[in-house]
Design a protein around this ligand. Structure first.
Ligand code: ZN
Length: 235
């Protein structure tokens, strides 16, 4: 049986990756992280998405084998960023040219935990919704970083891991298109309605592309991708 563990935050990208994994693997588990993110709403959204999986998509729910949320708030205390409430605005850029939302080492840490979980659960594949196309400049989202990590995890645990990144070279518009390819309009609607991307934790203001403040970099990227996706689908 081929089995995958998806690093799942409840955002558009990792939710698309979850369904991609359910389409491509016999058995899929999810892993999530409480790193002290300011926006607790994303933890609620991920729970709701997993709760609705069975009802909305029974064909995939039978491959779904459970979730684990890990408390890594001690990491968040060290690796402070605008996402963990270090006082900076999300729109700021640091002296190193990276957005204030960059959490140093976050994806490396997530995937190392996911690998340890995969090792114990008999899985070889880790799936991450990272990409370098609509690139925020996060160096831990680049494929060459993940190639190096894949090698380090494989050597360090003596277990052949593969890190799958289905969104690596896709724009946000192409990510919406991938959701449509996997699950049609029903999946696109599900992702619009249930996922949370907004850096400001706004899950009250509704737009065509879902909930969010509409102003932060994550909302602007999501809105732009949605607009491009809709335009390319218009007859
Ligand atoms: Zn926002």
């Amino acid at each position: 049986m081929n089995k995958a563990i998806v690093s799942f935050s409840g955002g558009q990208d990792s939710t698309t990756c979850l369904f991609w994994a359910l389409e491509h693997f016999d058995c899929v588990e999810t892993i999530g992280f409480d790193y002290g993110q300011k926006n607790r709403v994303e933890l609620q959204c991920r729970r709701r998405i997993l709760g609705e999986l069975e009802q909305s998509f029974p064909q995939w729910a039978k491959k779904y084998a459970g979730d684990l949320v890990i408390d890594v708030r001690s990491f968040g205390q060290i690796a402070q960023s605008a996402l963990t409430g270090d006082g900076r605005s999300m729109n700021e850029t640091g002296d190193n040219g990276l957005p204030a939302s960059f959490v140093p080492g976050r994806n490396l840490m997530f995937l190392t935990y996911a690998a340890a979980r995969a090792y114990i659960r008999g899985a070889d594949t880790l799936v991450a919704g990272v990409g370098q196309t609509d690139f925020s400049g996060y160096p831990d989202c680049r494929r060459d970083t993940l190639d190096a990590l894949e090698k380090a995890l494989t050597l360090g645990m003596d277990h052949a891991f593969k890190i799958e990144t289905p969104l690596m070279y896709r724009s946000k518009a192409q990510t919406w298109a991938l959701a449509e390819e996997i699950g049609g309009k029903a999946l696109v609607d599900f992702i619009v309605k249930n996922t949370h991307t907004c850096y400001e934790g706004d899950h009250e203001h509704w737009h065509d592309w879902g909930y969010g403040c509409g102003q932060c970099p994550a909302c602007r990227l999501r809105a732009k991708g949605w607009e491009e996706y809709c335009q390319s689908n218009r007859p």
